[in-house]
Write a protein that binds this ligand. Structure first.
Ligand SMILES: [Zn+2]
Length: 164
């Protein structure tokens, strides 16, 4: 592919241009869709709830089946303790997520934010350049052959201009 900035050819997509360093995205791939924050919060809630249930029931089962026996290895208690700690940590995560959800609901829905005043693109507002520029005054242009004389003339007048 070609670099859209400097035009260097024979380059791989998903890399940086070998000449100017511009990132060249793979345009054949569909753009990744950003999932809205509500979906992240929802997934977090479900995952936290599942982890809490799994870790607490597992530690409960460990105590029930293997715990408090003559053959109980201390590692069983350690594992059960870690499982309970994980469950406790996820209770905290769940509470935080639920609080975030509440905050999110209080904010204006995304559709309302997006439906603000329409943004006028710069292109439609700008006047065609032909209207802004004066007609070229060809009588003012200096022929290339005269430039030498003009330069000498400027050099002569320059010190004088500095004094005033
Ligand atoms: Zn380039």
């Amino acid at each position: 592919m070609f670099c859209p900035r400097c035009g260097k050819a024979d380059q791989m997509p998903e890399t940086y241009c070998r000449q100017c360093g511009l990132f060249l995205p793979d345009l054949s791939k569909p753009l990744k869709r950003e999932s809205p924050p509500e979906e992240h919060l929802k997934a977090n809630t479900v995952l936290s709830a599942m982890t809490i249930i799994a870790s607490f029931s597992l530690s409960f089962l460990l105590f029930l089946i293997l715990g408090f026996r003559s053959f109980t290895h201390p590692l069983i208690y350690v594992t059960a303790g870690i499982l309970m700690a994980i469950g406790g940590w996820h209770i905290q995560t769940l509470i935080r997520t639920l609080m975030l959800k509440k905050q999110w609901k209080r904010r204006a829905p995304l559709s309302e934010i997006q439906a603000g005043p329409p943004v006028t693109p710069m292109i439609s507002r700008s006047t065609p350049t032909a209207k802004l520029l004066d007609q070229a005054n060809l009588a003012d242009t200096i022929p290339a052959s005269v430039t030498e004389h003009t330069t000498r003339h400027l050099a002569e007048t320059l010190p004088h201009n500095h004094d005033s």
